[in-house]
Design a protein around this ligand. Structure first.
Ligand code: PHE
Ligand code: ZN
Length: 885
């Protein structure tokens, strides 16, 4: 392949031409689709007639006209990626092109393609260029209309952005629809859907009294499953008015459910979602899925303001819309459920998905400096770390200050394509805030490591915290500067209560931290230097500090808290997040100490104080049940491996399993009671109380099933058989599936038998098996690849089976290399079908240098094999070659 081109942020240039209006016309045929585009072009600088370069991939150009005149040879050039108009007229002109495309041959799920017989589009980031010749970049914002013509029987529903302004029947069985979007937008927000769909209809009346028609479109048989998505949409619309003052701006809002789709997409007024993120029923959908639907529906809806009305100047600014919108969906879900539990989940996700990325060969800043394929930068760093950056503004400014900042951002930039600095400036200017070097969060990659030591001076009644920070080197950034880290802190007295905080001595000054004369119990320390000290005054006794409350910054905190301090915080901290965190720190320490024992072949032991701490949490009836479920769940294997010099999947797996089993046997009585007390009632209810009951019961059940105990196997089977909803049924199945044997095989076969007609449930069944830690599971994976329900072309099935496999560290990193070989083979097959999905899978190899030499050599061999392949996609090339570098 040609050496792929790297694109740099520093090379950004304003476009030479803007597009004012675009009229698109689609003729959707069975063999091919014809696309006509009429664009009014406006030069940015009057009188300058430089060549106009249009992007276009996999397009057949039929004709090109300027101001009605067909261009002749020499007046344009067409290549595999561009159409260049060599000498356009000076001044405004009308460009008309006609192109042909082949949607039914398009397996990339990008551009216009067919999914289960229907037409649909995906244009973000750079898919519009697969539809027609265009300046495919987000700072080109135009108003558009879209005419769609197709066979009426095959495609009775024709949808695009904005309002339907005309429709009608044509001769020969065809019909047409014309849509007009009154808001100008970048082309990545364009969408078209045509097919056999039905809608669940509802309405929402906005705060100013505008009545909006809401429609969720699905294939007819799925329609009964759209209720929860509709509930989620209405809740999101209301929440955005209440919390951000954002009102919806059109008379119609559509969501379409599509089985072959990567995630969900915020196209203006025509969101398109993977069906797994729309369809729900208690019998087929777990609590986690219900919650994901709520969050994603909110996320895509919130993009209407953060992404669509105000969009990104270029793709390096992706976090401007994604970080902010993830933050907004996190807050929405918090307000709809439990704030603490949501925060715990989000931080766990950051630790398992983003931290490894930030410490590996693909590490990049929240705003990347360069990319080969933009698709590869829809990452946990841009999304989740980006959301943490937005959260830090709120932590520093408070809710009201933050709202002033977003108000100013929308006021200044509505209708514009802007940058991360513009968001920063709005936050700063609305609050006259001093943000020091906060902007470094956008440009410096790597997870900061912050060390803190404390000392109490009884005579002076002062308590000091000494911070030191380092940011590890990342590719292209060997040396880092200290960052601005907001550390939310409180002090606990010996009875476990928060002490009132009065003033802090810092940087040669004594500053009061009271608020309107009232004492505060949590204050935000602004750590901005490599080394820095804060001294609390008027502290009557030696306190136990609760640091980084609510996880106020995306860092690794290393404190000098003793185990006793941590047990104390686990029992008393008023900050729910930090209560959980104290337990996790203890569990991490315990697991790491036992990993050392395992590696020395010494016996594993479980600290009785830890069992006691867990038992207290289990029995504390004042606690939220979902919080208990989280607090008794051990950190994941990857989190522990991350903390080791050389990652050892076998040791970590053995240790985690050992501790789980020990806890199960020592707390068997308590776990049994929890199962009995928290069984579900007949009717499934999606609310926090009921979800929390199910979470606690099923977590307890998982522990019990880890015991080698007939009676427990019977209990789990009983729970499986009597389950009245998918949350309980699937949890019981997962509990049974922990151990190889007949009970497992029978249950898996029974489950498939019951649900084979429902592909979304079958995907769960695939994922459960592929992520299993049972020894030698790779063989089973080869079998499942050939299963009648499996299809390499469908991304969900790939994520379930291949993505799921990567979650089993013992099997993926099997020392005989069988797991690596499996993934290497599959990546090459996938790359031919869908490069985006393939590159998502190849990232599993990227941290190969973290393992022992044998594993390193085996993984490296697979990467080398992959990059040596002829005709490899840029997507996979970028990840594989950067991983080898
Ligand atoms: N913009 C989508 C989101 O909200 C993400 C996406 C990108 C989906 C590219 C499909 C393709 O997060
Ligand atoms: Zn998004």
């Amino acid at each position: 392949m040609d050496a792929p081109k790297e694109i740099f942020l520093k090379d950004y240039k304003l476009p030479d031409y803007y597009f004012d209006t675009v009229d698109l016309s689609f003729f959707l045929g069975e063999e091919k689709t014809t696309v006509s585009a009429k664009i009014s072009v406006v030069p940015r600088v009057d009188g300058v007639a430089s060549p106009l370069v249009l992007d276009g991939v996999d397009l057949k150009l039929i004709s090109v006209k300027i101001n009605g005149n067909e261009l002749k040879e020499g007046e344009f050039q067409v290549g595999p990626r561009h159409l260049i108009l060599t000498s356009p007229p000076s001044g405004n002109f009308i460009l008309e092109t006609v192109t042909e495309i082949l949607p039914h041959k398009n397996t990339s799920l990008e551009g216009l393609y067919k999914s289960s017989g229907n037409f649909c589009t995906q244009c973000e980031a750079e898919g519009f260029r697969k539809i027609t010749f265009y300046q495919d970049r987000p700072d080109i914002m135009a108003k558009d209309t879209c005419r769609i013509e197709a066979n009426k029987l095959l495609y009775p529903v024709l949808l695009s952005n904005g309002n339907l302004i005309e429709q009608g029947d044509l001769e020969g069985g065809n019909h047409f629809a014309i849509w007009e979007d009154p808001f100008k937008k970048p082309c990545y927000l364009f969408a078209l859907v045509a097919g056999q769909l039905e809608s669940r209809d509802d309405t929402f009346t906005t705060c100013s009294g505008r009545k909006v028609a809401l429609k969720i479109w699905t294939p007819p048989q799925d329609l009964p499953k759209a209720e929860h998505a509709m509930y989620s949409l209405k809740a999101a619309m209301k929440w955005d008015e209440d919390v951000f003052g954002r009102e919806y701006d059109l008379d119609i809002f559509n969501i379409v459910s599509v089985p072959d789709f990567l995630g969900a997409m915020e196209n203006k007024s025509l969101n398109i979602f993977n069906s797994a993120l729309v369809l729900a029923s208690p019998e087929t959908t777990t609590d986690a899925d219900y919650a994901a639907i709520l969050g994603v529906t909110g996320h895509e809806y919130f993009h209407n303001w953060t992404g669509n009305r105000v969009t990104c100047r270029d793709w390096f600014q992706l976090s401007l819309k994604e970080g902010l919108t993830v933050f907004r969906d996190q807050e929405f879900s918090s307000d709809m459920g439990s704030r603490t539990v949501k925060r715990i989940g989000d931080v766990s996700r950051l630790r398992t998905r983003q931290f490894p990325q930030d410490a590996g060969p693909m590490a990049h800043s929240v705003r990347p400096h360069s990319y080969i394929k933009m698709d590869n930068f829809y990452t946990a760093t841009v999304y989740e770390k980006g959301a943490e950056v937005v959260r830090m503004y709120k932590t520093l400014l408070g809710s009201q200050g933050f709202r002033k900042g977003t108000d100013l951002y929308f006021e200044r930039h509505d209708g514009q394509a802007v940058t991360c600095e513009d968001f920063f400036a709005a936050m700063r200017d609305a609050n006259h805030a001093d943000f020091a070097n906060f902007l470094l969060w956008y440009s410096q990659a790597g997870t900061p490591i912050v060390k803190v030591t404390s000392s109490y001076n009884a005579e002076a009644r002062t308590f000091s915290l000494k911070f030191s920070q380092t940011v590890p080197p990342t590719p292209g950034q060997p040396v880092k500067e200290p960052m601005f880290i907001p550390v939310a802190a409180g002090l606990l007295d010996s009875s476990g209560k928060d002490m009132p905080l009065s003033s802090i001595y810092h940087d040669g000054k004594l500053e009061s931290v009271t608020c309107c004369g009232q004492p505060v119990y949590t204050t935000v320390l602004r750590v901005t230097k490599g080394e820095e000290e804060f001294t609390f005054s008027d502290v009557p006794e030696k306190p136990i500090p609760s640091l980084l409350r609510g996880y106020s910054a995306p860092i690794r905190l290393q404190s000098d808290l003793t185990d006793d301090d941590l047990f104390f915080l686990l029992a008393h901290d008023s900050d729910g997040f930090n209560r959980w965190e104290a337990g996790q720190i203890l569990a991490r320490k315990l697991m790491l100490s036992q990993v050392v024992n395992f590696q020395k072949s010494s016996p594993l032991v479980l600290d009785p104080q830890f069992v006691h701490g867990i038992k207290c949490i289990l029995l504390d009836s004042s606690l939220d049940k979902e919080f208990i479920a989280k607090a008794i769940t051990l950190p994941g294997e990857s989190e522990i491996m991350d903390l080791m010099e050389v990652a050892d999947p076998d040791a970590v797996h053995a240790v985690r399993k050992f501790i789980r089993k020990q806890l199960a046997s020592q707390l068997k009585h308590e776990f049994l009671n929890l199962v009995k007390e928290n069984r579900s009632s007949e009717k499934y209810v999606f609310d926090h109380t009921n979800m929390a009951r199910r979470a606690l019961k099923n977590t307890a059940l998982g522990y019990l099933a880890s015991l080698e105990d007939e009676e427990m196997t019977e209990l789990v089977l009983h729970e499986y058989k009597t389950a009245t909803n998918m949350t309980d049924q699937f949890s019981a199945l997962a509990a049974i599936a922990q151990k190889a044997g007949k009970a497992r095989d029978d249950a898996l076969a029974d489950f498939y038998n019951q649900w084979q007609h429902d592909y979304l449930v079958v995907n769960k069944w695939f994922a459960l098996q592929s992520s299993s830690d049972i020894p030698g599971n790779v063989e089973n994976l080869y079998k499942l690849l050939g299963h009648q329900a499996f299809d390499l072309k469908n991304p969900d099935k790939v994520f379930s089976l291949i993505g799921g496999f990567r979650a089993s560290h013992v099997n993926f990193h099997a020392k005989d290399g069988s797991g690596y070989k499996f993934l290497g083979e599959v990546v090459l097959q996938l790359d031919k079908l869908n490069p985006q999905v393939a590159s998502g899978m190849v990232t599993a190899f990227s941290r190969w240098k973290r393992y022992d030499e044998t594993r390193q050599n085996l993984a490296k061999a697979q990467l080398e094999m992959i990059v040596s392949v002829n005709g490899l996609s840029e997507n996979v090339y970028e990840i594989a070659s950067k991983s080898l570098a």
